[in-house]
Write a protein that binds this ligand. Structure first.
Ligand SMILES: NC(=O)c1ccc[n+]([C@@H]2O[C@H](COP(=O)([O-])OP(=O)(O)OC[C@H]3O[C@@H](n4cnc5c(N)ncnc54)[C@H](OP(=O)(O)O)[C@@H]3O)[C@@H](O)[C@H]2O)c1
Length: 229
């Protein structure tokens, strides 16, 4: 399964690229600038070495190639990016939106959020894509820095939101391939209204305790993953 990471040149997307490529996936980094995407891919191959399969190109070509398309861009540019890839993401494809609507998009603070009209950034994104695209929201509680630090196991849980159970399970399978990472089915896509804001909460905790990698572990069960398992 080929994975596209739109905005994979940035903190979160580059970290996801490293983790997924190290798990054996072919990852295509997308950028607004083709050469920047290619440069990030070269950097990822340099870090991972061996047989790592990472390529880089434009957001549009990456979106077209990815069977699962991660979108890791700041909220300020989210709508433009989705409009720019709309024609490249066919119905049936899985899109994983990782956007947190931090108030930095409007000149505010990273520990504050704004409320998108549709309820969440993921729901806004879904409204911009073709009908039939399977939207999932995830990774808001996993820091880009932690993803990029391959020597350190990830500790925070991933909350996965979406209305398509099969799409969530497919994303969950990818998450399971990243060592030590657990995913929790957080419910319908509208639950992204809560989950997206957790990034701001972690920024605030990081700030208070002067750390970079606070996170969440959900209690109440020994294992999470697919409900019913
Ligand atoms: N970083 C984290 O630890 C973290 C944690 C949880 C959630 N998130 C969320 O994940 C998303 C990405 O975060 P990030 O820290 O990776 O962001 P970032 O590094 O600032 O940006 C990611 C990429 O998005 C593109 N981009 C930047 N500004 C843009 C704009 N105004 N319009 C369109 N594209 C733009 C750039 O790619 P090109 O120039 O190559 O096109 C950039 O490399 C955000 O929504 C953030 O809230 C981040």
């Amino acid at each position: 399964m080929d994975i596209a990471v739109i905005g994979g040149t940035g903190e979160e997307g580059f970290g996801l690229t490293l983790r997924l490529a190290r798990a054996g996936r072919h990852v295509i980094i997308g950028s607004r600038y083709e050469e920047k995407g290619a440069g990030a891919a070269e950097k990822a191959r340099g870090i991972l070495g061996g047989n790592a399969e990472v390529d880089g190109t434009s957001n549009q070509l990456a979106a077209e190639a990815g069977e699962v398309v991660f979108v890791t861009v700041p909220y300020a540019g989210q709508a433009d990016i989705y409009r720019s890839i709309k024609d490249n993401v066919a119905a049936g494809r899985i899109v994983v939106d990782c956007t947190s609507p931090l108030a930095t998009a409007v000149g505010g603070r990273a520990w504050q959020v704004i409320r998108p009209w549709h309820g969440s950034a993921a729901e806004a994104a879904k409204a911009l894509l073709q009908q039939g695209v399977r939207m999932v929201a995830a990774f808001h509680t996993i820091a880009g820095e932690a993803l990029q630090n391959l020597d350190v196991p990830l500790e925070s849980d991933v909350f996965v939101c979406g209305s398509d159970a099969e799409a969530k399970a497919a994303v969950g399978e990818l998450i399971d391939q990243i060592p030590n990472l657990r995913w929790v089915d957080a419910g319908d896509l509208s639950m992204a209204r809560i989950v997206e804001t957790l990034t701001a909460l972690l920024v605030s905790v990081n700030r208070t305790y002067k750390v970079h990698d606070s996170g969440f572990r959900v209690t109440g069960r020994d294992t999470w993953g697919p409900p019913g398992a």
